[in-house]
Ligand binder design. Structure first.
Ligand SMILES: [Zn+2]
Length: 447
């Protein structure tokens, strides 16, 4: 590395590498060339075209949001019973979505993700080309798995529209923007639909993202309809495999967990969403023990209501502790791993992102430690940094966000998107969606 001039050097940081050996490097630097990490260490002697002084702050791999929907509305029609909320608010609203609503939602979501240190996400929602175009500009790493819904026509994408999207986008921005299939759930997509999606996913060599076993009601419904659990149902259809990422998996039998292990299916844990929608508690320690790949997801603005991975780490740990009545359940290191390398494994991107190691893509965030709620910041053998990141930090602590070595935000100034313009675009699009969805009266009735 010596005598070389690299593109970017981040100096004077506390590097939380997530390299599998829990390595934390004090006063260390990270060197980036052509979007790739080329040096990590305390004594990098290298010149750089651009230097970012981390000023003693934490430097960690960007978060991987393993399940989210880029929805436009939030905070509108809250605290309703689930079925009433879905039928009177969500489905009418989803049917009213037009491409410009999706564009506004993607601008808002991707701005929030850059500000909160998410560098890779998988989105399952509507008009994927709109969202993918925003990702071209925002610089984030993204997988789009357009949400296919057959049971409520017009509320989602179709197998045909998804195939067209996969054809158009799977090689358009290589290594940074990916296209998958996103069948919504076993109760909204038919067995024929799932079979067809498996065929297409094999043909195009892309993944499948679906919701699975989110509520007790879903398990009962599928049991009545098909005589088996939702996991067994998808297995009988030949859907399950290592390219499959299932969101939630809250209600699982022993046989279900065996199947997830046998088929090497990855799972996204969404604690905030599971709590807000009263879905239940995913058996995450059990899944991890069984060897299932588990990532952490925010789920949508409707069921969270933010894209703050710090908050989901904190809630995710606390929910398991409360549920199991065991304060030792799901410790901080394991939660931080789920939010970074674990998510990367779920998306098949573990060789590219998820840790700060030489050879990986330079997806890096700098987190402010010079703020009272992060004190005392202890070093060396007393280091409490991982615990502080999980239990004390929040999205506002992110200073700088980098993807592929490109700086998307520095010192809280977002570079690739314009927050002022987006704020206005989002408000106007949301008012229009409320109007066109005709959901104002249903909301007022519920208040
Ligand atoms: Zn979801």
């Amino acid at each position: 590395l010596a005598e070389r001039t690299v593109d970017l050097l981040i100096t004077n940081g506390v590097l939380v590498t997530m390299d599998g050996r829990q390595t934390v490097l004090d006063g260390a630097s990270l060197a980036v060339q052509d979007g790739v990490i080329v040096g990590v260490g305390a004594d990098l002697d290298v010149a750089a075209k651009r230097t970012i002084d981390a000023r003693g702050n934490a430097v960690l791999p960007g978060f991987v949001d393993a399940h989210m929907h880029e929805c436009l509305l939030r905070g509108y029609a809250e605290d309703m019973p689930l079925m009433q909320w879905l039928e009177r608010i969500c489905f009418p609203k989803d049917r009213a979505y037009e491409p410009h609503h999706m564009r506004a939602a993607a601008l808002m979501g991707q701005l929030e993700m850059i500000q909160g240190g998410i560098t890779t996400f998988i989105d399952i929602f509507r008009y994927p080309a709109q969202a993918a175009q925003v990702a071209e500009a925002s610089g984030l790493r993204a997988i789009f798995s357009p949400q296919i819904i057959e049971s409520t026509p017009g509320a989602g994408e179709t197998v045909e529209s998804s195939e067209a999207f996969v054809r158009e986008w799977r090689d358009r921005v290589p290594g940074r923007i990916f296209a998958w299939f996103g069948p919504h759930a076993p109760y909204s997509v038919s067995p024929e639909g799932y079979r067809r999606i498996r065929e297409l996913a094999d043909r195009y060599e892309v993944g499948i993202h679906t919701h699975l076993c989110e509520t007790a009601g879903e398990v009962e419904l599928i049991q009545n309809q098909y005589g088996c659990s939702p996991v067994e149902h998808l297995d009988r259809l030949g859907v399950l495999g290592p390219d499959c990422l299932a969101a939630h998996c809250v209600h699982l039998s022993e046989r279900d967990v065996e199947l997830l292990v046998e088929r090497d299916v990855a799972v996204a844990y969404n604690p905030a969403s599971n709590m807000k929608l009263a879905s239940g508690v995913a058996p995450v320690p059990w899944l991890l023990e069984a060897g299932v790949r588990v990532g952490l997801g925010t789920d949508s603005n409707l069921s969270n209501n933010n894209l703050d991975m710090f908050e989901d780490m904190r809630l995710g740990a606390m929910l398991q502790k409360l549920h199991r009545e065991d304060a030792a359940a799901l410790p901080a290191q394991q939660v931080l791993e789920m939010a970074t390398l674990g998510g990367a494994r779920c998306l098949g991107l573990q060789d590219q992102v998820g840790s700060l190691e030489v050879g990986k893509r330079a997806d890096v965030v700098v987190v402010d430690l010079h703020t009272a709620h992060m004190w005392p910041a202890l070093h060396g053998q007393d280091s409490n940094l991982v615990e502080q990141l999980v239990y004390s930090a929040n999205a506002n602590d992110v200073l700088t966000t980098i993807v592929d070595g490109k700086v998307l935000m520095e010192d809280r100034q977002v570079i690739t998107l314009d927050p002022v313009e987006i704020e206005d675009t989002v408000r106007r699009a949301a008012e229009d969606l409320i109007e066109k969805g005709g959901i104002r009266s249903a909301r007022l009735q519920s208040v």
